[in-house]
Design a protein around this ligand. Structure first.
Ligand SMILES: Cc1ncc(C[n+]2csc(CCOP(=O)(O)OP(=O)(O)O)c2C)c(N)n1
Ligand SMILES: [Mg+2]
Length: 336
């Protein structure tokens, strides 16, 4: 079996991961409702098949960069959910010692270079990572997740152009979830497929159905193999839909309920269930059991994070990048 064919075992594992991400997000919303989160929470509901299908092909030595909507990427890459919840609730044992919140979770031990509150901010970071991977002659890749809104920022153009010129091992993944906050992609972008922009950089562009786990897994697998083998960067657009509001508290007055409901039937979790029952004979009972098991794991992580202590205000100024020190070092270096 090659790297991208589906099997029952793989599909079951992917289903569990998608359900786990959904359960994490539903719990994050509950925590926000209880006023336990300390910064904005942007959930990944409806987009799970992208992170799961992509990260299945990556090792800890492959890098990813993420966005403000990063929980799904973190979980699929193997981040610790208790440390994530602790960060959301500003606890000392969180990924950033409770000082960063949802949009700043990073874990270098698994190649997760960070969520990012700056739209498009992860794109040039992935270029730096890709450059380092090539410079060190590795077979690893950098994967850059960003949104349809981010692809209209200048940094997208500069980054993809640079990556193309230097033939860097990067897969740029545009998660086209149809909106940038309240702006429909139809109003902001004058091409049918964002992947068609690849032509302008002399690289391959591919559009896939981002709600179909079989397709995201297979098509990313093929692209990833090419990039690992030196083909240079590829731009992939994964079409999907953000099922929840932009953030917890969004009134969603820019889209109709009919539109949202129409996408509910295309939910990646529902579609995986259909595939599992039609091809592999799984039952409703199986889905219920798996969902319950995953929810239990997620709730245990959340409950245990709730018990962690809050940071000591005395530590506020610790762990900051010391620009003054860096400046002194730089001046000393230049003098030599
Ligand atoms: C540089 C910058 N500009 C604007 C914002 C405000 N902002 C936060 S999320 C967002 C929309 C991003 O849309 P998209 O890239 O499609 O990602 P999505 O939220 O749909 O996942 C904007 C404009 C920001 N955080 N950073
Ligand atoms: Mg978007």
């Amino acid at each position: 079996m090659n790297n991208y064919e589906m099997s029952k075992e793989k599909l079951l594992e992917f289903y569990r991961q998608m359900v786990r991400i959904r359960a994490f997000e539903d719990e994050a919303i509950e925590l926000a409702k209880m006023n336990l989160t300390r910064a904005a929470v942007h959930t990944y509901n409806g987009e799970e098949a992208i992170a799961v299908g992509v990260c299945a092909h990556l090792s800890d030595d492959d890098y990813i960069t993420s966005t403000h909507r990063g929980h799904g990427h973190c979980i699929a890459k193997g981040a610790d959910m208790k440390k994530m919840f602790a960060e959301l609730m500003a606890r000392e044992s969180g990924y950033c010692k409770g000082k960063g919140g949802s949009m700043h979770i990073a874990d270098m031990s698994i190649g997760m270079l960070g969520a990012n509150g700056i739209v498009g901010g992860g794109i040039p970071i992935s270029v730096g990572a890709g450059f380092a991977l090539k410079y060190n002659k590795t077979k690893n890749v950098a994967v850059c997740f960003f949104g349809d809104g981010a692809c209209n920022e200048g940094t997208f153009h500069e980054s993809v152009n640079f990556a193309s010129v230097f033939k860097l091992p990067i897969i740029f993944i545009c998660e086209n979830n149809q909106y940038a906050i309240s702006t429909s992609v139809k109003k902001s972008t004058n091409v049918e497929n964002i992947s068609s922009r690849a032509v302008g950089y002399g690289i391959e562009g591919i559009t896939v159905d981002g709600n179909d786990i079989e397709e995201t897994y297979r098509e990313f697998g093929k692209a990833c193999d090419k990039v690992r083998n030196g083909a240079g960067p590829i731009l992939m657009e994964m079409k999907t839909y953000r099922m929840a509001g932009h953030y917890y508290g969004d009134n969603e007055n820019y889209r109709t309920r009919e539109e949202v409901n129409a996408w509910k039937d295309k939910s990646p979790i529902l579609r995986a269930e259909k595939l599992l029952s039609q091809t592999y004979g799984c039952t409703e009972e199986d889905f219920k059991t798996m969902k319950k098991e995953e929810e239990k794991i997620v709730l245990a992580a959340s409950d245990s994070a709730k018990k962690e202590k809050e940071p000591d205000p005395k530590d506020l100024q610790n762990d900051l990048y010391d620009a003054t020190y860096a400046d002194i070092q730089w001046k000393a270096f230049v003098k030599q």
